[in-house]
Design a protein around this ligand. Structure first.
Ligand code: ADP
Ligand code: MG
Length: 369
């Protein structure tokens, strides 16, 4: 397979897969979606043109013809938080309640909309109407996947025959420069522990909060997000240099036994290249760590979707922590975020190519040559 496997219009014809019917992750093992954020300035030149719910054109700014990329789903600039949730995450909730694990990743450069998707509109900006926020965004509609997922889990539990058989708890951590920090109770870095066979990985001392109400959960997430390591870079003043990982655990006790299901929702660190942000010293080191774990994650997803017998989770803390969700029958969703403005062309292309690699392999699997 060629580097930068970009679909030409010709080859896109046979890339349809079973998601066409359901347009949600449904029974699939891996879903790769792209979300295009709204432009801050409508007059600005764009490098992306959306063709359908599955495809877009990317213009690299040269004389070359725009290239067509095909994904499991493309969310356009007007897509709502609900549409993103219903398509990508809601179908995973039943699995989690049945004792399986699942993971959703928000990938993309700083400013591309990852935190918006995962948590919701920036609360500071939401207070003063901003041109970046569409007027229809209200607090509840605007909630991100983290909040909506917890909401749906609570609804299922409340509507079940015996709600007291369930215990829902959350933990929220960041991985910064390969160090793990508790976002619900910030302090010194925490260590990963493995059981003897390396099967189960835990974070020693990580707080696990038994979630009680929706409001409390939102407060905890907002507070946790404020504790994230923010370092100014030339790309963005409040660039998130850390991966934030929310884990929602559901324990269900019944006469048939105890099941533990876990949903991992990850707001990944900005994927921009270190050299792009004119970083020096500490910043450069962060960039190297970030790229290492994003590369390790991409490798795991590629290996898994390609049916590899051996998948190397050990390359980064991120992949070690997510091993249970990336293996077995568990489902994974990658939502790649891009800005449509021409000025972000390089990062947009990198993100489209990263997402395309994972997607290509599932497509080939479903349509063996
Ligand atoms: P990232 O987490 O990738 O760095 P953010 O989620 O913080 O990016 O997004 C940057 C800005 O753009 C924020 O002010 C955010 O509210 C806004 N934004 C991003 N995506 C959307 C969207 N789909 N709709 C409206 N505003 C958005
Ligand atoms: Mg962010």
């Amino acid at each position: 397979m060629a580097e930068n496997t970009v679909l030409s219009s010709g080859s896109s014809g046979n890339s349809s897969n079973s998601l066409t019917m359901t347009q949600s992750i449904g029974e699939e093992r891996l879903m790769v979606a792209v979300r295009v954020r709204p432009t801050a300035n409508a007059k600005e030149e764009k490098c992306i043109q959306i063709l359908s719910k599955k495809s877009l054109y990317f213009d690299d700014g040269s004389k070359n013809k725009p290239k067509k990329y095909v994904y499991d789903y493309v969310f356009d600039e007007d897509s709502t938080q609900d549409e993103v949730y219903q398509t990508t995450t809601s179908p995973l909730i039943k699995d989690v309640l049945q004792g399986l694990s699942a993971a959703v990743f928000a990938y993309g450069a700083t400013g591309s909309g990852k935190t918006h998707t995962m948590l919701g509109p920036n609360p500071k900006k939401a207070a003063t109407p901003s041109s970046e926020l569409p007027p229809k965004t209200t607090s509840k509609q605007g909630d991100g996947l983290m909040v909506k997922a917890i909401d749906e889990i609570f609804r299922y539990v409340d509507e079940s025959e015996n709600p007291s058989d369930f215990k829902v708890s959350i933990s929220y951590l960041e991985i910064y420069n390969e160090l793990i920090r508790d976002l619900l109770n910030p302090g010194s870095p925490l260590e990963l522990r493995e059981d003897n066979r390396g099967q189960r990985i835990t974070v020693a001392g990580l707080s696990e909060i038994t979630a009680i109400s929706r409001q409390e959960v939102i407060q905890l997430l907002l507070k946790g997000n404020k504790a994230r390591t923010m370092e100014p870079t030339a790309a963005n003043q409040t660039s998130s240099r850390s991966h934030a990982l929310l884990s929602v655990s559901v324990i269900h006790r019944s006469p048939l036994g105890t099941k533990l299901g876990r949903l991992f929702l990850t707001d990944l660190a900005g994927s921009e290249r270190a050299k792009k942000t004119k970083n020096r010293g500490k910043r450069l080191q962060e960039g190297a760590h970030i790229n290492r774990s994003l590369l390790a994650l991409g490798n795991c997803i590629n290996a898994l979707s390609g049916g590899a017998k051996y998948v190397n989770y050990r390359d980064s803390k991120l992949t070690r922590l997510l091993k249970e969700a990336l293996s077995g029958r568990c489902k994974t969703v990658m939502i790649a975020h891009v800005s449509p403005e021409g000025q972000h062309r390089d990062e947009t292309k990198n993100t489209l190519v990263y997402a395309d690699r994972a997607n290509h392999i599932t497509t080939r699997l479903q349509n063996p040559e």
